[in-house]
Design a protein. Structure first.
Ligand SMILES: [Zn+2]
Length: 608
């Protein structure tokens, strides 16, 4: 689940854009860095028997996937590779067929995994040439190419609204190479969203800068390009350290010219969706397929997407997000495969990678479907189903087919222990079902709501309601059986409904989507919206540490009712209102808190 990118279709188009530019590049293997001039070294995966501690079924799956040894299962890493291997083995043990090309369980596709430097890098001021990888290095999101332009010194490169001594907003950056100090002097640690060189470079590029040089503090290391996955900003951006930083600071103050030439290329690895098929029993209907899906990737060691930026480097286990849904997927697979009667239609089980990066795995799947889209009856997505406990289950997407509410009710009774279900019509939401609804396929998304451990290292297996995961799996199994047919009285045929839950009438206009791609990154506030359908506003289940939301005083329990003068009726209105702003904009946010209206001011950061 990646709530921060609650932006229908944006992730898909982002992913397509990325795949497009990567199509021609050399390819490594997921989690196996290409050794120079040689074949990748295989690194063994953790021993599942040891990690699952004698548990079985759902409990075992969650303990394995959410163990520290899986390193947070970030797409493109060793942890994700081991998770995918485990899933393929589990599908095989359950008796399901490999569903990917070549008789494999793996549907592979290239993803961005950092950048590699070429040999043509140059930074020269006057007669002095500075040495790449020693004095300086381009950031992984820097544009390649060459520029010669006068430098201008911009201090820390952070605007401070309301501060009369703030000169940065008044500097003319047009056509200049802007030289900036690293960090944010307004915070104790020097770190904040505005401290990020990517944020500073985005703002400077928006003001017409020809390039950005960031001067690192004394003793700092040059950034590592290995894990950079952000798309190129369109301007050259580099980090400079040590004596070179001091020299450039004085040269920029004198307005001297610099020549910069960046030679860096994106590096890519193969990521893997895991696909397994339970063939249908009916000779005609078996060509049609019901898809069950769950993403198995998570945030790795934090950083981008984490709600705890201070804990970058700590394993984010993602037990709820989404070892829980993955375990439920395996549970349904085992249950259907071992039943005496096979359903009439085929059932395709898909464990997606790259969801946390922006629905990459499901976006790839719908471009390269293993069964034709028009033979796909429905897609059932399980993302974050591990916190059922006393609470109810939420099911999104009931507006995407006319029959969904009836199907759900029948399935809920058939599951043996009916759940307390809240529904929402939305077919677009912050998880993989969006990719399928974008293709007109009826979808449901099963979800046990957000919580304080969402996208933090504390999302651990000990907090999972394992019996609850089994109950969700039982419900999804019954829904799948109704759709796949052959079970008797309750077989249904779905009637797709387009534009469900989106008051703006379906997918966003092309122009809007294109502008999202070309501008790269949108504004960022850092809220965790409650996904429960509500009568008004958007309730928050939390805010991200160190985020603009936290700086503004927003907190858990607030209900946002007005944002930058726009009335916030639901998550869509909130998403669109946020999207209308730019990073760096100051906005007024009105919230309802303990029955009173409170107005707060936030300076928006940048979505990464
Ligand atoms: Zn997530």
């Amino acid at each position: 689940m990646e709530i921060d990118r609650f932006q229908p279709l944006r992730s898909r188009t982002g992913a397509l854009f990325l795949l497009g530019i990567l199509a021609a590049l050399p390819v490594g293997v997921e989690g196996l860095p290409q050794a120079t001039g040689g074949t990748p070294q295989a690194t063994a995966c953790p021993d599942a028997q040891r990690l699952v501690r004698g548990s079985e079924g759902v409990a075992a799956d969650i303990r394995y996937l959410a163990d520290d040894a899986l390193e947070g299962r970030e797409a493109g890493t060793r942890g994700a590779r081991c998770a995918a291997d485990y899933l393929a083995e589990a599908f095989a043990e359950a008796g399901l067929e490999p569903a990917a090309p070549g008789g494999s369980y793996f549907q592979t596709f290239p993803i961005r995994a950092g950048s590699t430097l070429g040999t043509g890098n140059l930074l020269r001021v006057g007669a002095t040439t500075y040495e790449a990888e020693s004095d300086w290095i381009p950031f992984g999101f820097a544009a390649p190419g060459e520029t010669t332009a006068p430098m201008i010194y911009g201090g820390h490169g952070i605007s401070r609204p309301g501060d009369a001594n703030d000169t940065y907003p008044h500097l003319d950056l047009e056509g200049k190479i802007v030289v900036l100090e690293d960090g944010d002097p307004r915070t104790h640690s020097g770190q904040s969203l505005y401290a990020n060189p990517h944020f500073k470079a985005t703002v400077a590029a928006g003001r017409g800068a020809a390039g950005v040089l960031v001067l690192l503090p004394e003793g700092a290391n040059l950034p590592d390009l290995t894990f950079e996955t952000r798309a190129s900003l369109g301007v050259p951006v580099a980090a400079v350290r040590g004596a070179a930083a001091d020299a450039l600071r004085s040269a920029a103050r004198q307005g001297e010219s610099a020549t910069i030439r960046f030679d860096a290329a994106p590096r890519e690895v193969q990521a893997r969706n895991v696909a397994a098929l339970l063939p249908g029993s009916d000779p005609e209907l078996r060509d049609e397929v019901v898809i069950l899906g769950a993403h198995y990737d998570h945030l790795g060691l934090g950083g981008q997407g984490s709600m705890s930026p201070d804990e970058t480097g700590t394993v984010h286990n993602g037990a709820d997000d989404n070892a829980s849904g993955t375990a439920a997927l395996l549970e349904v697979a085992r249950s259907l495969a071992s039943a005496p009667m096979r359903p009439a239609r085929s059932v395709l089980f898909l464990a997606f990678t790259g969801e946390e990066k922006g629905l990459w795995g499901s976006a790839y799947y719908v471009r390269e479907p293993l069964v034709p889209i028009d033979l796909t009856v429905a897609m059932l997505n399980m993302d974050m189903v591990g916190r059922l406990e006393e609470g109810g289950l939420m099911v999104f997407g009931v507006g995407t087919a006319e029959e969904w509410l009836d199907v759900l009710e029948t399935a809920n009774h058939a599951s043996g222990a009916p759940l307390n279900i809240a529904t929402s019509p939305d077919g677009f939401g912050p998880s993989d079902h969006s990719s399928f609804y974008g293709e007109g396929i009826p979808v449901l998304h099963f979800f046990t709501n957000t919580h304080e451990d969402y996208h933090r290292p504390s999302d651990d297996w000990q907090k999972i309601d394992e019996a609850g995961v089994e109950r969700v799996a039982a419900l999804v199994r019954e829904v799948a059986l109704e759709l796949a047919g052959g079970s008797g009285a309750h077989d249904v045929t779905l009637t797709a409904v387009s534009g469900a839950g989106n008051p703006h009438g379906g997918p966003l206009p092309e122009g809007d989507r294109d502008s999202r791609v070309s501008s790269g990154y949108g504004p960022y506030l850092g809220t965790i919206p409650d996904m429960t359908p509500s009568d008004f506003g958007v309730r928050l289940t939390g805010v991200r540490e160190g985020s603009p939301a936290q700086d503004a005083g927003l907190r858990k329990g607030d209900v946002i009712v007005l944002f930058a003068g726009k009335e916030i009726t639901d998550l869509y209105a909130y998403t669109y209102a946020l999207r209308d702003q730019k990073p760096g904009d100051e906005v007024e946010i009105e919230v309802e808190r303990d029955g009173e209206r409170v107005t707060l001011k936030a300076v928006l950061g940048e979505r990464r």
